[in-house]
Design a binder for this molecule. Sequence first.
Ligand code: KIV
Ligand code: NA
Length: 265
Amino acid sequence: MSKTTVSTLQQYKQDGKKFATLTAYDASFAKLFSEAGVGVLLVGDSLGMVLQGHADTVPVSVDDMAYHVASVSRGAVDALVIADMPFMSYTTPIQTYETATKLMQAGANMVKLEGGEWLYESIKGLTERGVPVCGHLGLTPQSVHLFGGFKVQGRQQSQADKLLSDAKALEAAGAQLLVLECIPTELAATITQALSIPVIGIGAGSVTDGQILVMHDLIGLTPGKPPKFSKNFLTDGRDVRGAVAAYIDAVTDGSFPGPEHSFSS
Ligand code: KIV
Ligand code: NA
């Protein structure tokens, strides 16, 4: 397989080919996922929860991210590696460039930021300087305390309108990819159709161009009750490789996520 790039993903969108992506935090899983055909690996700040045991992603630092990005990039083979910019590491354009420098030099191919229109200048600046950007809208976990918990976003019309205009602003600023998290399927469909860049969903129904899962959810490692939008694919495969293959198949043929993993308006 050849290296997945933003052009590959753009082509998938044009061809209507659904694609499966995963989070990864170390070299071994990155290598296994990449060799199994997962073309995009996100070093998510979800590592604050699944690796570090925190209740949310707020405590994660840029150094934490850089350490895991370096590990993942060594194992990633052909996968595009996206690095999350952690909480409060992109409050101004200058700070954003400094954070992006560390993550790109650690081995990332793209950075991801949570937020809408207020990021316009930072995203424009990053792309002008050669750093590809992935947006993230909906339930943006770094804002969990503002939201009052991990709650579905965009159910009110005013919120939905704002999410659509934010998505358009991110694309206009130069973002080449967008993650939509925990929003009603109908709204995810509207946003996916309104944008020419590929959209990756989690808890956004099967209508987005791609899907992402936290790897710990894929293999049933998440303690407690798993999130509604996730699925343990280890029960479909015999081992981790089998689980990844089952996940790719289910995303590609549109059977995952099903209505039981999705939210209505
Ligand atoms: O940190 C993460 O794992 C994420 C995905 C859930 C999109 O941002
Ligand atoms: Na994240």
